[in-house]
Structure formats: structure tokens, C-alpha cells
Write a protein that binds this ligand. Structure first.
Ligand SMILES: NC(=O)c1ccc[n+]([C@@H]2O[C@H](COP(=O)([O-])OP(=O)(O)OC[C@H]3O[C@@H](n4cnc5c(N)ncnc54)[C@H](OP(=O)(O)O)[C@@H]3O)[C@@H](O)[C@H]2O)c1
Length: 345
């Protein structure tokens, strides 16, 4: 990988032309410090079609061809989960920095092999866990770290969308909703509280032998987190945290959080804290919108996490970091470790 100078334009490539790749690209092209250089598909027409939406982007007829493009600094892998491991190795073997969609791989072992290769080759690597870069999630993390609501006792998070059982992904090596949705809930708990001491779980299997619905308890000496995930039912998709001096609530859908409510019992004017946060959020979004969206955003919160995660990659590359402090690789591994064990508990 070529040396990155601070403030140089970071040149991106995208592997895969699915709907998530398109949503990511729409946000990426709004970043002044980023340039989308190439998009690769297994079928050239798909890459060409994708490129029609983004001016000046080169269509590649294979993933290998994109990875060999010497202009590209970093590749975003947005292929189906069962292909992540293979495509991550392809990117790293070509000496490019790597941002890979969630869940990082299908298992802990696959994740470890990719991360080891990135570390051996001194290449930046990050799981594209966009949820962590949402401003509401960031502010919730700050409130927790600053003990704004006192000692936390419980967290409850739910993420689930009902899926047509005929459309279940048969390629996930015996896994199911834990990879699609469970990864978000576990990653969130680890982000807020670190790795749990123990985990207990109950799952309802799907017709492929994977998990259709699951409930996990992530246990800490002084608190407990319960998370539900499902492909069999649409859940509340919210997060609530209760503590000795207040509570914190992240609205539906917490992975693309539209709002955060902090109720502090320490402050009798807790509502005003909520309002202040809301005002701060509005200020941030208005500023961002006026710079890059020309103030036309329909939902000002929508998909902000994609843009912020791409900005994080750029910041890390400028600083010469090999991983992000917000989405560190050991937390990707911890998430996979827990997800792996769900099916055997
Ligand atoms: N951040 C989020 O909110 C979010 C939401 C949903 C999903 N995701 C993650 O994003 C990734 C992509 O999701 P998606 O829904 O966009 O996936 P998808 O539509 O199933 O596939 C994305 C692209 O991957 C390429 N591909 C490569 N190998 C393939 C194979 N063996 N079978 C099918 N397609 C293959 C295809 O592009 P070409 O034909 O052009 O090669 C396809 O268009 C997944 O890891 C998923 O977990 C993230």
C-alpha cells in the first residue's frame, strides 16, 4: 500500500454491486476527502449499471481486476456474508486497506485469519459496523463513559425483521439471524460495556439448522444485558438502558438511530438535557447537511452511519493507524466469539 499523506484524497474501490454497496457509495461520494475510483462485479453489466449513478467511476468485470488497480487505497467489501472471508483475503493480498461489511465473517476463525493477515501486512482493517458511527450511539457511549446516568444495571436491545422463510440464506454455514441481526446487538453491548464475563442463550432454529430467533444474556459482575434478535418476527428495534441515576433510550431502529433520550434522575430538569442533546444533534446534522447535502436531506439522520464510518477509515489512514478505536478488531473478534457459541450453548 502506498504511503498516505494527511489531507490527500483517499481513493476507494467497492466489491459487489448490491443495495448496501449503493447506499454506502451514495454517502461516500459526499465526502470531500474521498473519491470513488472503481466498482467491481462478477458481471460487467452490473458494474457498468452501478457506475452510471456515480460520475467518473471505473467499472471492473472482476473483483481481482479492481484489487489490482494501483490507484485504489482502500476497498469496501459489500458481498454476501459467506463470501467476506474470501474477498477480504483478496483485498489484503493486493495490499489494500480493508473495510468489510458486517458481520465481518461467518465465524471467529475466519475473522481471526483475516485480521492476522492485515496485521502481518501492516494494513488497515475494519468491520463496517456502521451503527457505531451513528451520532446517537456515539452520544450514548459518551454518556455511559461519563457516568451520566450512574451505575448501569440493565440493557435491553432488540433487532428483528420478519423474513420470508423461503428467502432464508442457505449459505451461512448453519447460521441465521445471529449473523444478520444478532451481530448488531452483541457489538453494541460490547461497545458500551466491553466483553461479558459469561453468556447464556436460547435459540429457535430455522429450517436450515441455523437460528431464526435468539435471546442472549450477556453477564457482567454489576450488570446484565439481554438482547433479542429475529428473522421470524419484527421486533421493537430499540435499546433501553437502566441505571441507578437514570435511563437512556435509543429509538427504532437503533442501528440507524434517529434519536436518543437521556433521563437523568440527578438532574430534576432531565427533560432539558434531552432537549439540549436534540438541539446538539440538530446542529450537527444541519452543519453536515449544509456542507454536503445542500440542505435537501429528506431524513436528516438516514444512513449517516455509512458516511461516518467511511470518514473514520480516512481519519485512521491519515494517522497511520491500522485499526479504529471506535470499531477495534478485538471487539469484532469478541462479537464473533459470542456468535459462534450461541449455537452450542
Ligand atoms: N450496513 C447495513 O445496514 C447492512 C444491511 C444489510 C446487509 N448488510 C451487509 O452487507 C453485505 C451485502 O448485503 P446485500 O444485501 O447488499 O447483499 P446481496 O445483495 O446478497 O449481495 C451483494 C453483492 O455481492 C455480490 N456477490 C459476490 N458473490 C456473490 C455470491 N456468491 N452470491 C450473490 N452475490 C454475490 C453481488 O454483486 P455482483 O453481482 O456485482 O458481483 C451482489 O450484488 C452483507 O454482508 C450484509 O450482511 C449491511
Amino acid at each position: 500500500m502506498q504511503k498516505i499523506e494527511r489531507n490527500q484524497i483517499i481513493k476507494w474501490g467497492i466489491l459487489g454491486t448490491g443495495k448496501i454497496a449503493e447506499q454506502f457509495a451514495e454517502q461516500l461520494v459526499k465526502i470531500k476527502a474521498a473519491k470513488l475510483i472503481g466498482v467491481a462485479s462478477r458481471q460487467f453489466e452490473n458494474a457498468q449499471k452501478f457506475c452510471q449513478k456515480f460520475e467518473g467511476v471505473k467499472a471492473h468485470n472482476s473483483y481481482e481486476s479492481l484489487c489490482q488497480d494501483i490507484e485504489i487505497d482502500v476497498v469496501y467489501v459489500s458481498t454476501p456474508t459467506h463470501m467476506h472471508s474470501y474477498h477480504c483475503h483478496l483485498v489484503l493480498d493486493a495490499n489494500k486497506a480493508l473495510l468489510c461489511e458486517k458481520p465481518f465473517t461467518c465465524s471467529y476463525d475466519e475473522a481471526l485469519a483475516v485480521i492476522r493477515k492485515a496485521q502481518q501486512k501492516q494494513l488497515f482493517c475494519m468491520e463496517a459496523m456502521w451503527m457505531r458511527f451513528n451520532p446517537c450511539i456515539q452520544m450514548a457511549k459518551q454518556a455511559i463513559d461519563e457516568n451520566k446516568i450512574g451505575n448501569i444495571r440493565t440493557l435491553h436491545a432488540e433487532l428483528g425483521y420478519q423474513k420470508d422463510p423461503n428467502l432464508l440464506d442457505t449459505r451461512l454455514k448453519g447460521r441465521g439471524a445471529s449473523l444478520a441481526f444478532g451481530c448488531y446487538t452483541v457489538s453494541l453491548v460490547i461497545y458500551f460495556f466491553g466483553k461479558p464475563d459469561t453468556v447464556s442463550s436460547h435459540i429457535i432454529p430455522n429450517s436450515q439448522g441455523g437460528d431464526e430467533t435468539g435471546a442472549l444474556l450477556l453477564n457482567y459482575p454489576d450488570k446484565v444485558a439481554s438482547v433479542f434478535y429475529s428473522e421470524g418476527a419484527t421486533l421493537s428495534n430499540k435499546v433501553s438502558i437502566y441505571a441507578q441515576e437514570g435511563s437512556l433510550h435509543i429509538d427504532d431502529s437503533f442501528i440507524n438511530a434517529p434519536s436518543l433520550d437521556i433521563v437523568s434522575l440527578k438532574d430534576i430538569q432531565s427533560r432539558s438535557i434531552t432537549e439540549r442533546l436534540q438541539i446538539r444533534l440538530n446542529r450537527i446534522f444541519n452543519k453536515i447537511n449544509s456542507i454536503i447535502n445542500h440542505g435537501n436531506s429528506v431524513n436528516k439522520y438516514n444512513n449517516i452511519g455509512f458516511r461516518s464510518e467511511a470518514e473514520e477509515v480516512i481519519k485512521c489512514l491519515y494517522l497511520g493507524l491500522l485499526e479504529s478505536k471506535t470499531m477495534p478488531l478485538n471487539e469484532t473478534l469478541s462479537t464473533h466469539h459470542i456468535l459462534d457459541r450461541i449455537l452450542i450453548y
